[in-house]
Ligand binder design. Structure first.
Ligand code: SAM
Length: 273
């Protein structure tokens, strides 16, 4: 261990876990085994890293803050199941780590400011991922796990549930962190579906429909989808255009997106999430 005292940086979303009970509970939920391929995003000062390495799994960690690199190296470089990558997880190519389907287990107490884009980035590699365990803002976990009909159901719930089964595991109060965040947190498990339950003809089109539908969530679908789908197309999808977007389930959004004319192959999506 070095004598260096790291000061938590807000811009990197640094709230370090210090509650041994919470750390233990998270490690139990992950239940890593020898031979597995784990990836920790944002290891920080190693609160979860130690226990993950003790499991005997191989652990790749991706940390952005240059000041934390020597601390992590000092603590873990001698472990032969540890690989450190300095860089931005948002730009990290996870397919570098494994090309085997459903092989990667991703974990992290995520920096809350990048959690949504990071989840979308990881979903681009969903076929390589066996599961993901994240600490997130509780409000975000509630949106991920939401069901149709409520105010939490929206673009994040739909696009994540398109790819994954979502389990809200448990909540964590601010006192478990140093410094304490202003919000409550929660642990979520995301498990990519082996087969998509509602496959869209083109997921970029599903993204486009969902994004436009929820731009004005108080309006009816007939109004909010203007310019994308007309009344006939909405009816052909077997959807009532008088409903509001939050009343529609994932399958109905997929039927709507399948009414759009096919995109030309290779056309870059203008509606990238
Ligand atoms: N895992 C540690 C813990 O539980 O105490 C630290 C968690 S802290 C909430 C988030 C960590 O993610 C910090 O170490 C921060 O430097 C790192 N981080 C922030 N942005 C990142 C990014 N874009 N890519 C990789 N790591 C990032």
């Amino acid at each position: 261990m070095s004598d260096y005292q790291h000061r938590a940086r807000k811009r990197f979303g640094q709230n370090f876990l210090h509650d041994a009970g919470v750390i233990h509970r998270i490690l139990r939920a992950i239940h890593a085994r020898p031979g597995e391929r784990l990836v920790e995003i944002g290891p920080g000062q190693g609160a979860l890293t130690e226990g993950l390495l003790d499991s005997g799994a191989h652990l790749d960690v991706v940390e952005l803050d240059l000041d934390l690199i020597p601390i992590l190296q000092g603590q873990f470089a001698e472990r032969d199941n540890f690989t450190l990558h300095q860089g931005d997880a948002l730009k990290f190519d996870f397919s570098r780590l494994s090309e085997a389907p459903s092989s990667l287990r991703i974990v992290g107490n995520l920096p809350y400011n990048i959690s949504t884009p990071l989840i979308f980035h990881l979903l681009d590699h969903a076929h390589l991922i066996r599961d993901m365990h994240f600490m997130l803002q509780k409000e975000v976990v509630e949106r991920l796990a939401a069901q149709p009909g409520g105010g939490d159901w929206g673009r994040l719930s739909i696009m994540v549930q398109y790819h994954c089964r979502v389990e809200h595991l448990f909540n964590v109060g601010p006192g478990a962190f140093n410094p304490a965040p202003k919000v409550d947190s929660a642990i979520v498990r995301l498990v990519p579906h082996a087969e998509l339950p509602h496959p869209a003809r083109d997921h970029r089109q599903l993204e486009a429909v969902v994004r436009q539908a929820f731009n004005q969530r108080r309006k009816t679908l007939r109004n909010t989808l203007k310019g994308l789908l007309d009344a006939d197309a909405i009816a052909a999808a077997d959807v009532d255009g008088g409903l509001r977007p939050e009343q529609l389930d994932l399958a109905a959004f997929v039927r709507l997106s399948d009414q759009l004319p096919p995109l030309h192959n290779g056309t870059p999506s203008e509606n990238h999430v």
